[in-house]
Design a protein around this ligand. Structure first.
Ligand SMILES: [Zn+2]
Length: 319
């Protein structure tokens, strides 16, 4: 009887000790966590103070620092290692990219552009000479592919859905061909004849074409009016040169057909790819005859905003 009682008592004691142990364990962890949070907060504050000190020792005013901190992460702020009066203006632009900071500063100093223009042009890449830092396009089948003097198509790229536009003997990628055909019919019903002069062109064809331009005009002029192989939009199967007669000349801009295209091309997904006075962005002389298929939605934005395709890509497709 006595023994049994003792046994019951010791079970109670063990049970009690166990409960105590569990309580101690959780309390200890709770205190530990609290301390860790406190440490993190004070670390962050300390880092933030260090950044403020660094920026102010570079020459930024306290109001500059407020703007910088509003727009950049700590990691980005750490990458600023010099003072320039334009930095605060740059970071407020929503297309600002920290990796381009040095180029913005240099381009701003060398040109008479606004902050927004500098950001746009540097992001597009035109602060560098054409045909430098060339990237090979990784997704040439994308209907929104950007092919220009900085972005080249692989030499073996050939679209696999080339389709004849009507019975012209001229080919484009299927979606572009169908829309081009619709545009030809629409112009026709308005009494205007679109002559299709040149659509898809292979890499090898472009090699010969560019070489001929170099022979006839010299390299600098050839680069202005013709694309080096891999850099021609015609290799994408999304571009078309068209004409009221069969020539590709500047006077095309004075024709009824050009006026009609300016008002209607976007409804069929086409844009004028090398507009007047935009040579410094596109890299090509004004070509009133060269149209590029980008789809109705994108063409409408470009039409409404009156921007080049390079600017569209920078604004809507990068990042
Ligand atoms: Zn063309």
């Amino acid at each position: 009887m006595k023994k049994k009682f003792k046994f019951k008592k010791s079970v109670k004691v063990i049970f009690f000790l166990l409960i105590l142990l569990v309580i101690c364990y959780f309390s200890y962890n709770y205190l530990l966590k609290d301390e860790k949070i406190n440490n993190d907060v004070s670390n962050n504050e300390q880092e933030s103070d260090e950044l403020t000190n660094k920026l102010s020792s570079l020459g930024f005013s306290s109001s500059d620092i407020v703007v910088l901190k509003e727009n950049l992460s700590d990691n980005e702020l750490n990458l600023i290692d010099e003072y320039n009066e334009n930095i605060v203006k740059f970071v407020s632009n929503s297309y600002f990219e920290i990796d381009n900071l040095e180029r913005y500063i240099v381009y701003m100093e060398e040109n008479d552009y606004s902050v927004d223009e500098v950001i746009t042009y540097v992001n597009v890449g035109i602060d560098k000479p054409f045909y430098t830092d060339i990237k090979t396009i990784s997704d040439p089948n994308n209907l929104l592919v950007l092919c220009n003097k900085f972005n080249a198509l692989p030499s073996d790229y050939e679209p696999d859905d080339l389709t004849e536009v009507g019975s012209s003997g001229i080919y484009m990628r299927k979606e572009a061909a169908e829309n081009m055909y619709q545009m030809v019919l629409a112009a026709q019903s308005d009494g205007l004849k679109i002559n299709l002069v040149s659509g898809y062109r292979s890499y090898d064809y472009q090699v010969d074409l560019y070489a001929r331009h170099v022979r006839e005009r010299g390299k600098a002029e050839a680069d202005r009016v013709s694309a080096r192989a891999g850099h021609s939009e015609h290799q994408t199967g999304l571009a078309m040169d068209l004409s009221n007669d069969w020539s590709l000349e500047k006077y095309f801009e004075d024709t009824e057909l050009f006026k009609w295209l300016s008002e209607n091309d976007y409804k069929y997904g086409f844009i004028l790819r090398y507009p007047k006075d935009k040579e410094y962005i596109t890299g090509y002389d004004y070509e009133p005859w060269h149209y590029r298929y980008v789809g109705v939605e994108v063409a409408t934005v470009i039409h409404n905003e009156n921007i080049t395709y390079e600017e569209y890509v920078m604004k809507y497709l990068s990042n």
